[in-house]
Design a protein around this ligand. Structure first.
Ligand code: PLP
Length: 403
């Protein structure tokens, strides 16, 4: 279906859907590994790229292609590849743009495994990475070397919510012939479109907002230009990092409600962030929609909305954080984000419990930090849940003072 000049919510529903022989309303699951040719000549023509058509599911498949075409249109790119996971997208991107002896500049506050992949496997392949605070463009400029090939950004960053100016960073990178990749997982194309700001490639963990229902893992890379798309597709086929048709079907179903889900959760997030900021048991709140947020102006300019993710500091440090985790009843204690369910996570007692308090502080993860992903439940219920759990935290803090 042609959706040029259509609004975003219309694209979410209709973009990418190919006509189906039976007129089915949704693209079916083509659960097949291979596609039969009508003749040897047709097989030859497909392999030579002279005839459109499918060959083998690792290369392409109608269900996966429908999702890829939708994602490309949503991000405003030439083409997209759908991948097995967000990390399959990260590894396929690194592999496409980096060779032995090359240098990458990466955001310091980047998704943990994206950093680990650079520091372990790619360091072993002879690729050096410099991690800088990309919220200050001067840091990127200072890190550029003659062999820098890739600038890898994530904005807003996790869990600090720090924002990088995508237009300024991409323009600096282009002056030096450097490819810019932006991990857009935290915003989704509904709130931020990095290709329009000058980035070359957008990366997604589809596991999060785009699928939105916490029932699959998936990833995607969306390229602004044809030659980059072709390289990404070529490497996906060789690496076998492709998605499977059933996964693609679920993501295509999930993404159709992206606008509704984000509008609902974002309205709640604004209300929750404001409420938390004035709560006596809360020290600080990091949410791009709060005027107190350090990069409020840049966030407002670059994004169409502040999103549904926030971090906050609970008074009483580690013990208070653990108490909050144990007392919430509605919010699920879980990593991941961007689903219909509200999720809460306490890095010091969960994802980063293995580090010493000193190492955590050095990584910018203080013991009082809580990460919160707002879902689409009724906001009154989410606030009531936090309220009753924070009452328990207050009791703990008062007992600590008394005792
Ligand atoms: C979850 C996540 C990833 C990795 O995605 P998976 O689907 O878990 O492999 C990458 N980047 C960000 C920002 C994420 O939140």
């Amino acid at each position: 279906m042609k959706t040029k000049n259509k609004g975003f919510a219309t694209k979410l529903v209709h973009a990418g859907d190919p006509p189906d022989v039976y007129g089915s309303a949704v693209t079916p699951i083509y659960q097949t590994s291979t596609f039969a040719f009508e003749s040897a000549a047709q097989g030859a023509a497909r392999f030579a790229g002279q005839e459109q058509g499918y060959i083998y599911t690792r290369l392409s498949n109608p269900t996966i292609k429908a999702l890829e075409d939708k994602l490309a249109e949503l991000e405003g790119g030439y083409g997209a590849v759908a991948l097995a996971s967000g990390m399959a997208a990260v590894s396929t991107a690194y592999t496409t743009f980096l060779r032995q002896g090359d240098h990458m500049i990466s955001a310091q506050a980047v998704y943990g495994p994206s950093r680990a992949l650079a520091e372990t496997l790619f360091a072993g392949f002879g690729v050096e990475t410099t991690f800088v605070d990309t919220s200050d463009i001067a840091n990127i400029k200072a890190a550029i070397r003659p062999n820098t090939r890739l600038l890898y950004l994530e904005t807003p960053a996790n869990p600090t919510m720090s924002i990088t100016d995508i237009a300024a960073a991409s323009s600096l990178a282009h002056e030096h012939g450097i490819i810019t990749v932006v991990d857009n997982t935290f915003s989704s194309p509904y709130l931020q479109r990095p290709l329009a700001l000058g980035a070359d490639v957008v990366l997604h963990s589809l596991t999060k907002f785009i699928n939105g229902h916490a029932d699959i893992v998936g990833g995607a890379l969306i390229a602004r230009e044809e030659d980059i798309y072709r390289k990404l597709h070529h490497n996906m086929v060789l690496l076998g990092s492709n998605m499977d048709p059933h996964q693609a079907f679920l993501v295509t179903r999930g993404v159709k409600t992206l606008a509704l889900r984000i509008e609902k959760a974002q309205a709640s997030a604004r209300q929750i962030a404001t409420w938390l900021e004035s709560h006596p048991q809360i020290d600080w709140v990091l949410y791009p929609g709060l005027p107190s947020f350090a990069q409020y102006e840049l966030a407002t300019r670059q994004m169409d909305g502040p999103g549904t993710m926030m971090s906050f500091g609970v008074k009483g440090g580690l013990r208070a954080g653990i108490t909050l985790m144990n007392e919430v009843k509605l919010a699920l204690l879980a990593v991941s984000l961007g689903g219909v369910e509200t999720l809460i996570q306490h890095p010091a007692s969960m994802t980063h419990a293995g580090l010493s308090p000193g190492a955590r502080a050095a990584a910018g993860i203080p013991d009082e930090m809580v990460r919160f992903s707002v879902g689409i439940e009724d906001v009154e219920d989410i606030i009531a849940d936090l309220e009753q759990a924070l009452t328990k935290v207050a009791e703990l803090n008062e007992a600590a003072v008394a005792g």
